[in-house]
Design a protein around this ligand. Structure first.
Ligand SMILES: O=C(O)CCC(=O)C(=O)O
Ligand SMILES: [Fe+2]
Length: 324
């Protein structure tokens, strides 16, 4: 599984309610710099956002457990035959330990409600309440991080958003403890496709990233932390100043692992393009502008052609598609 380093740690950035979050303050600018450095050097960082209470995490994970505990036939009502990466994915489609549910437009109450009505017929208000509050706060956090990235590159005056239209995919994941107790792949190494991902795990670690010099490091976020990952589209937008990091989940021990993530995706039809400020003699344009929907079609085609074990190298997929 490659060599591990136990010495390197990804940056931990704390966003506390108060003056540091006043855009333009000295504290804000310090945070912008740290966010930029983390995105450029690691492609991820641990973020503590104290506006998201621990109790809400507990409620969300209890609702998620209730969902995964349902009998298989109830869960399979969530399968989306036209788009298998939405709805219920399991068991075995992405690995023997992995199961997941993906809910599009996860910060919209109606889409959470429709999801629960498919699974539970009468819906599940507790699930909707927990996740609507959680995903709205994660969207808020994502927006703050995006403003910090814009300000860190001096682009805040010109643009309020990296992409005008994006939506949040909520994905809930469960990884079974490996039967032998020995370390085993939970989720294959990949790079997230969208703009950015905010992940939350329920105290059982397993996330690993590959550093720029090729070492795998384990992340052990604190119980109140989230992990932010740069995705392909954010890297493309920044003309590859930011690093989209390869990551995976490795399971060990005897406890199942639960996690969920808010994935910010450009809506279909969005054009991903680096602003001219990122392109100069020292930084030639590395990726052509592209329509996000075409990128999705490209990698789904490759994915289907390759099957689970022969997928194209996820690290290179954006360069294979849009490299100049
Ligand atoms: O479960 C996790 O912590 C990681 C999941 C992940 O990387 C993904 O769904 O893209
Ligand atoms: Fe991921």
């Amino acid at each position: 599984m490659g060599s591990y380093s136990h010495i390197i740690q990804v940056p931990v950035i704390k966003l506390s309610m108060g003056s540091d979050l006043n855009r333009g303050s000295e504290g804000w600018h310090n945070l912008c710099k740290r966010v930029r450095e983390a995105c450029e050097n690691y492609g991820c960082f641990e973020v503590i956002y104290d506006k998201i209470p621990i109790d809400l995490r507990t409620e969300a994970f209890s609702a998620a457990r209730q969902l995964f505990d349902l009998p298989l036939d109830a869960k399979q009502k969530g399968v989306n035959p036209t788009r298998p990466s939405r709805g219920y994915m399991g068991q075995g489609s992405l690995g023997p330990l992995y199961e997941a549910f993906a809910i599009e437009d996860g910060s919209n109450y109606d889409s959470l409600k429709s999801f629960t009505e498919v699974i539970w017929s009468d819906g599940n208000d507790q699930f909707c309440q927990a996740f609507i509050s959680m995903v709205k706060l994660l969207d808020e956090l994502e927006h703050i991080l995006e403003l910090m990235i814009l300000d860190a590159y001096g682009l805040g005056e010109k643009k309020e958003s990296i992409l005008e239209c994006k939506s949040t995919l909520l994905r809930l994941m469960k990884y079974k403890a490996p039967p032998s107790g020995e370390s085993m792949e939970g989720l294959r190494a990949h790079i997230d496709t969208g703009l950015g991902t905010i992940l939350c795990e329920d105290q059982i670690s397993g996330l690993e990233i590959e550093t720029k010099d090729g070492q795998w490091i384990k992340l052990s976020p604190s119980p109140s932390s989230f992990v932010f990952f740069v995705g392909d589209c954010l890297m493309a937008w920044s003309n590859c100043r930011m690093h989209a990091v390869k990551h995976r989940v490795t399971m060990g021990g005897d406890k199942d692992r639960y996690s969920f993530g808010a994935f910010a995706f450009p809506v279909d039809g969005s054009i991903v393009k680096a602003p001219k400020e990122f392109i100069d003699e020292e930084h030639p344009q590395l990726l052509r502008e592209f329509d996000f929907a075409d990128y999705v079609k490209f990698y789904l085609r490759k994915f289907e052609a390759g099957g689970r074990d022969n997928r194209p190298d996820h690290v290179l997929k954006i360069f294979a598609f849009a490299g100049i």
